[in-house]
Design a protein around this ligand. Structure first.
Ligand code: NCD
Ligand code: ZN
Length: 336
């Protein structure tokens, strides 16, 4: 049986820069129609000039592939209305990182007092610019996302016209919060739909599954699977595919990030089929929900998959993918 997926979108992607960009950008651009590009470069993308030149470098790196990079700016609480009005048409959203919480987030927000954030968030709300958030506190690693939920909720109630995307949610608490506020949405990764902390650290430590937020409990994974498999309109696929060179992953100070972009569609297809969901729901999760949430109309691209073993490569240049060398059940057999 062939499965056709129309216009797949990855609404949370790290493409990096320079050689790494050249390695990973074509892999996403091959099988996705577009992706929301994270701004956590060094230094982070905070100016129009940096944003447009990064976009040009991405377009160069994807070669002949038809692919739209939806650009984001790194949140700063001093962006003026005029600056945002000027950059609005070049971005799909602004990404807020708590300072120091993950890779290249040192310049993020260290004070979540609403009054400190008000002028920028009001401007974003008036200009209809979505706010994407990495929602983790600096508390105990398993509680970080849960501890951030009150901040999501305070922001959602204080700025009811601001679209807030809870990025890469990993817990049942986040799923519940999502359902309480009409202006909260979420991305979900393929790795958080498939693994728990047991896969990362329950047996021999697997650095290639280590990421922020860390994979959680079985009941958390079940809550994520429920909303993804039912194609709840508040959730969409965002891989958070976050490549690091092999030496940075297989290290005494392992960098956080799982590299999944070349196998994401195959694994999603397997997940939806094995759990008796439908291809219609998968279509919503990987494309239509995101189009509705972000009001975008990417160019069409149809990916055909089939139940046929695919051996995940050992590496893509110096990047080790999730499930390296393992066989997965579905393969991409056509791209049009
Ligand atoms: C991401 C990265 O490497 O840029 N890492 C990760 O573990 N997900 C940053 C992020 O999204 O947190
Ligand atoms: Zn990320």
């Amino acid at each position: 049986m062939q499965i056709k997926l129309d216009t797949p979108l990855d609404m949370h992607l790290h493409l990096r820069d320079e050689d790494m960009l050249k390695t990973v950008a074509p892999l996403s651009a091959k099988s996705f129609s577009g992706a929301l590009i994270m701004p956590n470069l060094v230094p982070p993308v905070t100016t129009k000039e940096a944003l447009l030149s990064y976009k040009d470098r991405i377009i160069d790196a994807i070669g002949d592939n038809e692919f739209t990079p939806y650009m984001t700016l790194f949140f700063k609480n001093n962006y003026s209305y005029e600056f945002l009005e000027d950059i609005k048409d070049d971005i799909i959203g602004i990404k807020l990182y708590p300072a120091g919480i993950t890779t290249n987030s040192d310049g993020g927000v260290d004070n979540f007092d609403i009054e400190t954030l008000r002028s920028t968030l009001e401007a974003m709300s008036r200009l209809d610019i979505p706010l994407c958030i990495h929602g983790e506190s600096d508390g105990f690693v398993m509680d970080r996302e849960k501890e951030f939920v009150p901040i999501y909720e305070e922001l959602a109630s204080s700025f009811p016209n601001l679209k807030i995307i809870m990025e890469h949610i990993t817990t049942k608490d986040s799923v519940e919060a999502l359902e309480r506020h009409s202006n909260l949405y979420a991305t979900i990764t393929i790795h958080h739909l498939l693994i728990t902390l047991d896969d990362v650290a329950g047996g021999m430590l697997n650095p290639h599954l280590f990421c922020k937020p860390i994979a959680k409990r079985y009941e958390d994974r079940e809550a994520l699977q429920r909303v993804a498999l039912e194609a709840n309109p508040k959730v969409m696929f965002g891989s958070d595919s976050a490549p690091h060179p092999q030496h940075a992953k297989e290290s005494s100070h392992c960098s956080a990030g799982v590299f999944t972009s070349p196998i994401a569609l195959q694994l999603l297809t397997q997940l939806f089929i094995d759990n008796n969901s439908s291809i219609e729901n998968l279509q919503k999760f990987i494309s239509s929900n995101a189009k509705d949430i972000y009001n975008i109309s990417p160019k069409s691209k149809v990916i055909t998959l089939e139940k046929k073993p695919f051996i995940v490569p050992n590496s893509y240049d110096n990047v080790i993918p999730m499930y390296a060398s393992q066989t997965i059940d579905y393969s991409i057999i056509g791209i049009k």
